[in-house]
Design a protein around this ligand. Structure first.
Ligand code: ADP
Ligand code: ZN
Ligand code: ZN
Length: 738
């Protein structure tokens, strides 16, 4: 036996090659429980951190292997369900396992740092402190802190909520030997749960359905805005906790607000761990480690939180499951909702997908009976559905894009003490800078497509130009570069310009702009909204305002200029627009205040608007699904997009042409007669940030055909000589086709 004993570690490394790499185990013995441990290995002139994917004996004719530098984990970091699900993901995305594992691990662990400590810190009084307490100056911070600690030790999160400035007081007590700091496991902290409202009958039915689920159960919670989906999640999570299980909650990029976390923390009676891209590497690794140890019982996070280890998994919730931020757009292009379902199946637990505007994919799965289908058609509590009116603005005078009826409605709402949201999905001052004399317009020198440049957006009241595709910036020219005319005019309106006009028109109320330009810092939006409070005022913003913060005083939503979206070429553009309109409209009238929505358009008869307003989102979705079926688009076909880019126009097309030949042969070998390959063709945006971009689209009504073909072909695509001259990527189930 000893000759064939395992001594080789097969390591998944974060390099773009679809294979594992063999190394000699440090002590010459590779054990099965090496699988899932991180190791540091030599790789060319460098060292890399990888994960052991398999162990085995050396191949009979094997060359001398280099040894692993060191094992980094005392026990497997990745194991069980998570490791198996990640192997599945590597197969599904046809990506190297090493790159998938590197994507799944928090950055600090990817770099090889040890799994961090996860205990929390708490404070207690010493015996001296108890004795000294009555002598501390009444009303002073140290006295108030000592008073809090007298009843029970308190963890630092709790103290944050209880006493401003407690840290200085704690240090002062500590220096005098009156209080001490000690470590506690994170799971020991339990704030007292606060009860919520009594569930409405529709909510109760949904809660009961999740409770009755046994094993893997995908469920769509399809509830109108304000129907109380979050309440259903909270009940389902509480049930899961009561069974001693962990819950994972995914929220969209801009849905993870302090308001939401506060609501979870107040209600659940356990610490709620949050994880998102705004946290430092150390903090993200700590949350991951706390979940890995089973200490974190509830984890709420954005897209990459779907990789959280769940040793005691009981439930996964995906809030706003239709949201585009769940799809990773570079590197490993996974979809967090879809991967959540894969994990739910492997874990044998319910996966609750919530939305007022479900994606057509999910809706199709629910109506076909593959998912449980829970519907809530009424708003919770006293809130009523908003009333929606379309204003035809053809031939009407507009002031910064706003019609007179809209301005009048804003005045009326403000006078009644309400708040107004003005929605315009264009950042900046104006979308275009145009020469009135010769027709020149400012275009990005680095972006373009279909024979046209891409206009640069005007910012800073017309002083600056910026490309929203590549970030390129420059000062606005003082005169037209073509004809030297001074008649350069910003055309159209963005949020900055609307803000300017409204601030001049309504000087008596605050006008707040909320978009990516005004809220770079993560909590900036909360601070702005917190300052506004319940006062009358106007919010101007992009889709950032479509979800997240709940504004009780919001009575009027004005939708300005959605016409661009009505005529976009992308097959998903109508779905996205319908979702956005319904979500934005749904911000109005969420509490006692009745809500109204004004939608102004130059295309009042557009079928999308007509269907949406008369029949609501579901009428729209039924029509859109019928169109997709007729056209052979998802969810009735399965797509993969092979993209390539380079500084020159030729190499991407040459690579894709060679890939196409390989794929055609692969399709034959994989018996995939219905697989269609379109291209190579220039991407709809054929140039971005100076790179030439082209693509090849694969489509099949059968998922098996697509994957069997890719499986048979991808190793050859990696090896193509043309591949070395481009940057290429494969996107399975692409959301954007450009
Ligand atoms: P959704 O996520 O479906 O848009 P939320 O869960 O945020 O809705 O609830 C909308 C509002 O209704 C919140 O202010 C919430 O506190 C309130 N609410 C939810 N359920 C109830 C209920 N059963 N009774 C009274 N108010 C409720
Ligand atoms: Zn000119
Ligand atoms: Zn650009």
């Amino acid at each position: 036996m000893s000759d064939s004993a395992a001594s080789v570690l097969q390591v998944a490394l974060p390099v773009p090659l679809p294979r594992l790499f063999d190394y000699r185990a440090p002590d010459g013995v590779a054990a099965p429980d090496d699988v899932g441990r991180r190791v540091r290995v030599p790789f060319g002139p460098r060292e890399l951190v990888g994960v052991v994917a398999a162990v085995g004996p050396p191949a009979p004719d094997a060359p001398d292997l280099r040894p692993v530098v060191e094992r980094l984990d005392a026990s497997p970091l990745l194991h069980g369900e998570l490791l198996e699900s990640l192997r599945w993901l590597a197969r599904y995305t046809h990506a190297p396992l090493g790159e998938v594992l590197a994507t799944a691990l928090p950055a600090a662990l990817r770099r090889g740092e040890p799994l961090p400590d996860t205990h929390a810190w708490a404070w207690r009084l010493t015996a001296d402190g108890r004795a000294a307490l009555p002598g501390l100056r009444a009303g002073s911070r140290p006295r108030r802190l000592a008073g809090l600690l007298e009843t029970a030790p308190r963890d630092e999160h709790a103290l944050d909520a209880l006493l401003d400035g407690w840290r200085a007081a704690a240090r002062s007590l500590q220096q005098r030997g009156l209080a001490e700091r000690f470590a506690v496991p994170a799971s020991a902290i339990s704030p007292a749960p606060r009860p919520g409202p009594t569930p409405e009958p529709e909510q109760q039915a949904a809660i009961d359905a999740v409770r009755a689920a046994d094993g893997f159960a995908p469920m769509l919670l399809d509830g109108v805005t304000g129907s109380g989906k979050t309440e259903v999640y909270l009940h389902a999570i509480a049930d899961c906790l009561a069974r001693g299980r962990q819950a994972l909650v995914l929220v969209p990029e801009i849905g993870l607000t302090p308001q939401l976390l506060g609501r979870f923390r107040a209600r659940l009676g356990v610490p709620v761990h949050a994880t998102h891209s705004g946290l430092g590497d150390a903090e993200r690794a700590r949350v991951w480690a706390a979940a890995w140890r089973g200490e974190a019982r509830v984890v709420v996070g954005t897209r990459s939180a779907v990789f959280t280890p769940l040793p005691d998994a009981g439930l996964i919730v995906v809030d706003e499951e239709h949201d585009a931020s769940y799809k990773q757009q570079d590197g490993i292009r996974y979809h967090a909702r879809d991967f959540a379902l894969v994990r739910g199946r492997a874990l044998g637990i319910p996966v609750l997908l919530g939305s007022a505007t479900p994606s057509l994919e999910t809706l199709q799965n629910a109506t076909a009976g593959r998912y449980g289908y829970l519907r809530m058609s009424r708003r919770a509590g006293a809130a009523r559905p908003p009333e929606v009116r379309v204003t035809d603005v053809r031939k009407r005078p507009l002031e910064a894009g706003l019609s007179q009826p809209m301005l009048d409605a804003i005045r009326t709402e403000l006078d009644a003490g309400g708040q107004v949201l003005v929605f315009r999905n264009r950042r900046g001052y104006a979308p275009v800078l145009l020469c009135h004399d010769c027709g020149w317009s400012a275009q990005c020198p680095r972006c373009g497509g279909a024979g046209q440049g891409r206009p640069m957006t005007v910012h800073a009241q017309g002083r600056r130009l910026q490309c929203h595709h590549c970030g390129h910036r420059r000062p606005a020219p003082p005169a037209c570069p073509d004809c030297a005319s001074l008649a350069l005019q910003p055309q159209g309106v963005g949020t900055e310009r609307i803000e300017e006009v409204l601030a001049a028109r309504f000087p008596d109320v605050p006008v707040l702009r909320i978009d990516r330009g005004s809220t770079r810092r993560r909590d900036a939006m909360e601070t702005l909204l917190g300052d506004l409070g319940e006062r009358p005022g106007i919010l101007v913003g992009t889709q950032m305002l479509a979800k997240g913060h709940d504004l009780a005083q919001l009575g009027l939503v004005c939708v300005v200029g959605i016409d661009e979206g009505l005529y976009s070429a992308d097959f998903r553009s109508h779905e996205k627009l319908a979702q956005l309109l319904v979500q934005v409209a749904g911000r109005a009238g969420r509490a006692q205040r009745p809500g109204r929505v004004l939608l102004q358009t130059h295309h009042p008869d557009h079928p999308l608007l007509a269907t949406l307003i008369e029949g609501g989102y579901h009428a729209f979705a039924a029509e859109a699904l019928a169109l997709r079926e007729a056209a052979g688009f998802p969810p009735f076909a399965h797509l993969a997009l092979l993209r390539a880019e380079s500084k020159h126009a030729g190499p991407p097309l040459a690579f894709l042409q060679a890939a196409r030949q390989a794929l055609e042969a692969g399709a034959q070998a994989a018996r995939a007669p219905d697989l269609e390959i379109s291209g190579p063709m220039p991407a709809p945006m054929a140039r971005r940030a100076g790179m030439h971009r082209a693509q090849l689209l694969l489509s099949s009504p059968a998922r098996r055909e697509l994957h069997a073909t890719l499986h048979a072909t991808l190793p050859r695509v990696y090896a193509l000589p043309e591949a070395r001259r481009v940057r290429w990527s494969l996107d399975v189930d692409p959301v954007d086709l450009y």
